[in-house]
Design a protein around this ligand. Structure first.
Ligand SMILES: *[C@@H]1O[C@H](CO)[C@@H](O)[C@H](O)[C@H]1NC(C)=O
Ligand SMILES: *[C@@H]1O[C@H](CO)[C@@H](O)[C@H](O)[C@H]1NC(C)=O
Ligand SMILES: *[C@@H]1O[C@H](CO)[C@@H](O)[C@H](O)[C@H]1NC(C)=O
Length: 969
């Protein structure tokens, strides 16, 4: 190397040094100056709130925010930037702060992994990284932090297993891993942590068993492992954790019995084993847990007696044993001075009378005995529970009256007595309960009038008396209940008018007065109920118009006024664009359908059937894009169906029967893809049945009965392969029955009678094996033989081929139709021997044919002589021509009667259709009652179909399934 070269090297080195003096960012990684590294760390955080603004080079780092220096002021001991709004990743340069003892970056929005370099912080005692969005796995280098006492990394997105190396952190006192995505099992090395006091691994996906070795953590105060997938038995070694105060293993899959050894945990205050698979009994040794304040063993398979004795468990405040199979409550569950505040025994197998022992639990605030089999009367001494706020006795078998002493329980807020067999009246004393917010008495046998005193309970928000026998009128003072939100009085025997003061309960959201005997008109004060969301008044005797003030009710969503005598126009109901369900069936509404209804664009169901509505269907209704059910049947509507109505693209049920609508059946019906029910019967529709109807592939029912349709049946009907019911009766349809009908494999009712159909019956009809209700082809011009395939319709109950031109013999296969109980083959040209099984049918089934014989007709040998010979015999015996003429007249009279009876049968078939329609109303019931209110579950308000309404409609409504599928409320 020349001198020059050496000189150059020295020079450049000097330049480099001087350069670095001014540009610390290029210094080498061995800098021993914490402030230098802190500046680098600062530059790597995103600091939107300026938490690091005080970190300035010109000031001493010991004055910076979040920093605590060592005495020598050159190094920092603690860095605390908790809750500073920091973003970005954790800088690996933190590992340069080697004197650091405390690092707290909790409660920020940090992302990325924990840098492995953190293992260099050999002096670190506390590491707080909880409540960030840190991801990845925990680096094994954590195991190098031998002085670590606190490791809190929970509430992050960390995954993976917890490594056994954790067991090397022998100084660890606090280990917080909760609310991450950790999995795998708890490493057995955890037992090496002799100093561990707090171990929290709740809300992860840990599985496997709790290691036996946990017993080594002898200093443990708090062990919380709830909400994981831990399985196996609870290890008895937990009993070695002599300091343990809190043990929470809720929501896992622990099985086996509860180890009695847990009773050695003499410091235990809180024990939660809720929602596991634990069986057996509660160990009686648990009575030794004298410090216990909270015990939750709910949602397991525990059974037997509850052996807990309050004589020992003097500190017990909360006892939750719900959803097990316990059978009895111990006689001494409470003694004087018990601390028990909450006793939850819901959904067990407790029977017998009300356990009066409980009345000794004088400090009780909440008592839940719901869902057991407790019977007998409610004890009058109930009022010794002076502090009680919540009394839940629902779903038991209580009988007898509600004791008046309930009025002394002045702290009561919630009273659930529903689902019992309580009788008698509501005691007037109830009016003393000023705190009462919720009173559920539904599904009982209570009677008498609702006491006016009830309206003194000024805190009342929820009243549900559904399904009792309350009579008399609604108290006129009801308007005093200014906090009332839900008033449900459905299915009682209330009479009189609706008090107009009800309109002053301005917080009312749900008003259910349906199924009573209320009369008079709807009070105009209802216009003040601006919060009202649901109102059902169906099945009463209300009359008069809907008050104009309903225009103010902008939150109305569900309205059911069906089956009353309301009249006038329903225009006042069209002001709420929240409206989803409107049912005014069976009233006396007249006037047109207001076109303003089209503004209620959320409407899903619209039922206006059985009124006196006139005019045409407003084309504006096409704006109701959500509409699924439209029922306008049994009104006086006229006019043609406007093309705009093709915009009702979500329609599933279109029921326009029994009006005076006319014009063609629109071809656009074929574009309403969801259509399941189309009923245009009893109108004046004319023209052909459009082939497009075959595009409605979801159609279950098609009825065009009693119109003026002509032309032939389009073969496209065969595309409707879900069709259950096809009724084209009473039209002028001609041509042949298309053989494609065989593709409608689900048909169980087929009526084509009273048309002009000709040709022969297609033998393919015999493949419709679901046909059950009826096959009716009567009163047509059908000719040829009866196809023997009809004998394959094994489910068929009614067959009517009368008044056609059918000829030939009856195929013997028909004799095998074992389900058949009505048959009419009369007035054809049939001949020959009847199948022997037909002997059970009346004569009228076969009259008016050419040459049929065999029982019930004459035997084939005497065939065609019998009628005549009888009159001849009569003639011979009496021998007076005048008399025989009289007899002939008498016979004609009989024939007329027979023919007349047939007419009647045909009419009554039509009648049964009407009945089915009536039953559809019932199916469409909007508001029915839940019988399983659960405590603390305020959302389950009264809006689930009840078993009663199911029974009403079960077997009768073919569209029930479809309707149920659309959640009704
Ligand atoms: C960090 O500071 C916050 C208050 O800013 C404090 O609540 C927290 O305890 C400190 N962390 C440590 C580990 O001392
Ligand atoms: C952890 O401790 C075990 C046993 O005490 C030891 O064998 C192992 O080397 C330690 N691991 C580390 C990384 O220090
Ligand atoms: C409705 O039509 C029927 C039958 O056409 C008629 O008897 C009745 O008077 C009409 N009612 C009204 C309100 O128009």
């Amino acid at each position: 190397m020349t001198t020059l070269q050496f000189f150059h090297l020295i020079l450049s080195f000097t330049i480099l040094i001087s350069f670095l003096d001014h540009h610390p960012s290029l210094a080498d990684d061995t800098s021993d100056d914490d402030s230098y590294w802190l500046m680098r760390i600062k530059s790597e955080f995103i600091d939107p709130f300026g938490a690091l603004n005080s970190w300035l080079q010109e000031t001493s780092m010991c004055t910076w925010n979040g920093i605590t220096c060592r005495d020598d002021k050159n190094h920092i001991l603690s860095l605390n930037l908790s809750n500073s709004g920091l973003n970005g990743a954790i800088s690996p340069h933190l590992s340069k702060l080697t004197f650091l003892e405390t690092l707290d970056l909790s409660l920020n929005s940090l992302t990325g992994p924990i840098p492995p370099d953190i293992g260099n912080l050999q002096n670190l005692k506390e590491l707080h990284l909880f409540s960030n969005s840190i991801s990845g796995t925990v680096p094994p280098e954590i195991g190098l932090l031998r002085k670590l006492q606190v490791l809190r990394i929970g509430d992050n997105l960390l995954t993976g297993e917890v490594l056994p190396i954790i067991g090397n952190l022998s100084e660890l006192r606090v280990l917080g891993l909760a609310n991450c995505e950790f999995n795998g099992s708890i490493p057995k090395e955890i037992g090496n942590l002799k100093n561990l006091m707090f171990f929290n691994l709740q809300q992860n996906s840990f599985d496997g068993v709790i290691p036996q070795e946990i017993g080594g953590c002898t200093e443990l105060l708090n062990f919380a492992a709830s909400n994981n997938r831990i399985e196996g038995r609870i290890p008895a070694s937990i009993a070695l954790l002599a300091s343990l105060q809190i043990l929470n293993l809720a929501n896992n899959s622990l099985s086996g019995v509860i180890p009695f050894e847990l009773s050695h945990l003499s410091n235990l205050k809180y024990l939660n084993l809720q929602e596991n698979k634990l069986g057996g009994e509660i160990p009686f040794q648990f009575n030794r847990l004298v410090q216990l304040e909270t015990l939750d063993l709910s949602r397991n398979n525990l059974s037997g007696n509850i052996s807990l004795l309050n004589t020992n468990l003097r500190n017990l405040e909360v006892l939750v044993l719900s959803e097990n199979h316990f059978t009895t409550i111990p006689a001494n569950i409470c003694i004087r001075n018990s601390s028990l505040h909450q006793l939850f025994l819901a959904d067990n197998d407790i029977s017998g009378d009300f356990p009066v022992e409980i009345l000794n639990c004088s400090s009780l605030h909440q008592l839940d005995l719901s869902g057991n089999n407790i019977g007998g009367a409610l004890p009058p001494g109930l009022d010794s529970l002076k502090s009680l706020t919540d009394l839940l006795l629902n779903n038991n078998s209580f009988t007898g009256n509600l004791p008046p002493q309930i009025g002394n329980m002045s702290n009561l807020k919630t009273v659930f007595l529903f689902g019992n067999m309580i009788t008698g009246q509501i005691p007037a004393e109830i009016g003393k309960l000023q705190q009462l917010t919720t009173l559920y008495l539904y599904d009982n046998q209570m009677s008498g009038s609702i006491p006016r005193e009830l309206t003194n309970c000024s805190s009342l928000a929820d009243l549900d008396f559904f399904g009792n026998h309350f009579s008399g009128s609604i108290p006129p003072t009801i308007g005093k209940l200014k906090n009332l939100i839900n008033l449900l009085l459905r299915q009682n025997e209330l009479s009189g008018t609706i008090p107009s003061s009800l309109g002053y309960c301005r917080k009312l959201q749900r008003l259910v007065l349906a199924d009573n005997k209320l009369s008079g008109s709807i009070p105009p004060t209802f216009g003040f109920l601006s919060e009202l969301f649901l109102i059902t008044l169906y099945n009463n005797s209300l009359s008069g118009p809907i008050p104009e003030s309903f225009h103010h009710l902008k939150n109305l969503s569900i309205v059911n006024f069906s089956h009353n005598r309301l009249s006038g126009s329903f225009a006042p109901l069209t002001a709420s664009n929240s409206l989803t369900k409107l049912d005014l069936t069976n009233n006396s509404f007249s006037s047109n359908i207001p076109s303003a209804l089209a503004l209620s664009t959320s409407l899903i169901r619209l039922r206006l059937a059985h009124n006196f509505l006139t005019g045409s269907i407003p084309p504006q209704l096409s704006q109701l894009k959500q509409l699924q059910l439209l029922d306008l049947s049994f009104n006086n509507l006229t006019g043609q169906l406007h093309t705009d109505l093709s915009g009702l693209t979500n329609l599933q049920h279109m029921i326009l029967s029994n009006n005076q609508l006319f014009g063609p059946i629109p071809t656009w019906l074929g574009s309403i893809a969801e259509l399941g029910e189309l009923d245009f019967s009893s109108n004046n529709f004319s023209g052909h049945i459009p082939a497009e109807i075959g595009n409605c592939s979801r159609l279950l029912k098609l009825s065009l009965r009693s119109n003026r349709l002509s032309g032939s049946m389009p073969p496209e009907i065969g595309n409707l392969n879900l069709l259950n019911v096809l009724n084209l009766q009473k039209n002028n349809i001609s041509g042949t029955i298309p053989p494609t009908i065989q593709q409608c494999k689900k048909l169980y009712e087929l009526r084509l009678s009273e048309n002009n159909l000709s040709g022969s019956i297609p033998p393919e009809i015999g493949t419709l094996s679901e046909l059950q209700v009826i096959l009716d082809l009567s009163f047509n011009q059908l000719s040829g033989q009866i196809p023997s395939s009809i004998g394959n319709l094994m489910k068929l109950e009614r067959l009517n081929l009368s008044f056609n031109q059918l000829e030939g013999e009856i195929p013997p296969s028909l004799g095998k139709l074992s389900s058949l109980h009505r048959l009419n083959l009369s007035s054809n040209h049939l001949r020959g021997l009847l199948p022997s099984t037909f002997a059970a049918f009346p004569l009228t089934s076969f009259v008016g044919n050419d040459e049929l014989c065999g029982p019930p007709l004459v035997s084939c040998s005497e065939s065609s002589k019998k009628w005549l010979s009888e009159s001849q015999v009569a003639g011979i015996i009496v021998a007076i021509v005048f008399t025989s003429t009289l007899i002939c007249l008498f016979l004609m009279y009989i024939m007329l009667r027979i023919w007349w009876n047939w007419r009647k049968v045909a009419v009554s078939c039509g009648g049964s259709d009407t009945k089915k329609e009536e039953e559809d109303w019932v199916c469409g019931e909007e508001i029915v009652k839940s019988s399983d209110h659960h405590f603390w579950n305020s959302n389950s308000m009264a809006l689930v179909p009840s078993s009663q309404s199911k029974q009403l409609s079960d077997t009768t409504c073919i569209f029930q399934f479809k309707l149920r599928n659309n959640p009704m409320v």
